[in-house]
Design a protein around this ligand. Structure first.
Ligand SMILES: [Zn+2]
Length: 412
């Protein structure tokens, strides 16, 4: 059916050419920056990053990378380059969110639920050297089946939609709602695995985390927040090679609008923030309600538990994938990722560990590391140019000089 039986005129081929092809054959050389490539390699001073057709050809010391004649040169002298940030747990509501994430250096977002068809379409069109917004991966509707039969039907449904991962929610919202039973999530996981799909799980409680790991979940999309993680959980995570996404900013978002946070007047925040959410966040009536909300105050405590658990899991060698759960109201995409990195350092991780969690390790955990996560030959040239070294102070991720996706400068 797809065979072309008739000759197509040159003109019609040219008209049909996607804009993408215009970027093909273009070679760019980014010179002079200190390169933190996301691997274990020490930072490289005066590096050259050679990019062709949107992908890294080579990245290393200027003395070792030959710039071909005719390459377009971009001087990044005095700057520091890091791989684009990979958010392992965000939510993309509309394709424009991908510009917002990119503006803050988040060049890949694994969206764990709720994407409309337009975001599926964005995913389908992103393997192009002309890309200049964040890449996205999708989960479709978050599944909350009631019976095992319904579980299997729902998994078949999202499999037909060609999701990248299945997302389930195993939580009782601090004891206020019914929680998915083990019988049901076992059916979800079994059905997903039969179809070659991985399952990401929203959870809250230590005991649920253990049962879900036993059932075969592939990704823990939030911190355990009720109790300290224990040796049994750590052993199960490591044995099954399952990563955890701390999403500390998710907890912050539940109580931070009990007042007006200082960062709401940060020009970097204001540059791309959802103005409706700002108005809601500053609403005195809502702020008063949050101050009196038992749930908000309990999530504040949960943030402390999550932070201690992050350090413990990291020390034990469990895979940590930076995630934020941004996208729902009041969870500002892009800016919250930068704050997440700061909270991870505050929890006790080193800036290097945090950068790894937000680049190479997040990509590995989500199984997209063949294409993103480090600046190595063959991967997409997605990177952030910073004014100062984030290994010295993680807050230097806020000093963004420019963002590049597939070697294209992001408008911001
Ligand atoms: Zn989420």
């Amino acid at each position: 059916m797809t065979m072309r039986r008739f000759p197509i005129s040159t003109l019609s081929i040219l008209l049909a050419l996607p804009a993408a092809l215009a970027a093909q054959g273009v070679t760019k050389a980014f010179t002079g920056a200190t390169l933190i490539d996301g691997t274990d390699r020490a930072p490289v001073a005066n590096a050259t990053i050679l990019v062709r057709d949107g992908r890294v050809v080579s990245a290393g010391p200027a003395s070792q990378v030959t710039i071909p004649a005719g390459a377009e040169r971009v001087s990044l002298a005095g700057k520091t380059v890091i791989p684009g940030l990979v958010n392992a747990h965000g939510h993309v509501n509309v394709p424009a969110d991908l510009n917002t994430y990119a503006a803050y250096g988040v060049t890949t977002v694994y969206s764990l639920g709720g994407e409309p068809p337009s975001v599926f379409a964005a995913r389908a069109s992103q393997d192009t050297p002309s890309l200049d917004r964040a890449r996205v991966f999708v989960s479709g509707p978050v599944l909350t089946p009631i019976t095992p039969e319904e579980a299997r039907t729902m998994v078949a449904g999202v499999a037909a939609e060609k999701v990248d991962m299945v997302k389930i929610r195993v939580d009782d919202n601090l004891g206020t709602t019914a929680k998915m039973t083990p019988e049901v999530y076992r059916a979800v996981i079994d059905e997903a695995q039969k179809r070659g799909l991985r399952v990401a799980t929203h959870l809250f409680y230590l005991n649920d985390a253990k049962l879900l790991l036993e059932a075969g979940t592939d990704f823990v999309a939030h911190s355990v927040r009720d109790l300290p993680v224990d040796d049994a959980l750590i052993a199960a995570l490591k044995r099954r090679n399952v990563c955890v996404s701390p999403t500390l900013m998710r907890e912050v978002s539940t109580f931070v609008y009990e007042g007006t946070p200082a960062w709401m007047s940060d020009p970097l925040f204001l540059a791309h923030a959802n103005t409706e959410w700002i108005t809601q966040g500053k609403d005195p009536v809502r702020q008063e309600a949050l101050r009196n909300s038992t749930a908000a105050q309990r999530y504040k405590v949960a943030l402390g538990v999550a932070s201690v658990n992050l350090k413990r899991l990291s020390d034990a060698g469990v895979g940590i994938a930076m995630g934020t759960d941004t996208g729902p109201q009041g969870r500002f995409q892009g800016y919250f990722e930068l704050m997440e990195l700061e909270l991870m350092v505050k929890a006790g991780l080193t800036p290097r560990q945090v950068l790894h969690a937000a680049t190479r390790d997040a990509a590995k955990c989500m199984k997209i590391d063949a294409h993103v996560g480090t600046l190595e030959s063959g991967k997409w040239a997605d990177f952030v140019v910073l004014d100062a070294d984030p290994l010295v102070d993680i807050s230097n991720v806020r000093g963004i000089a420019s963002v590049w996706i597939a070697g294209n400068r992001v408008a911001r």
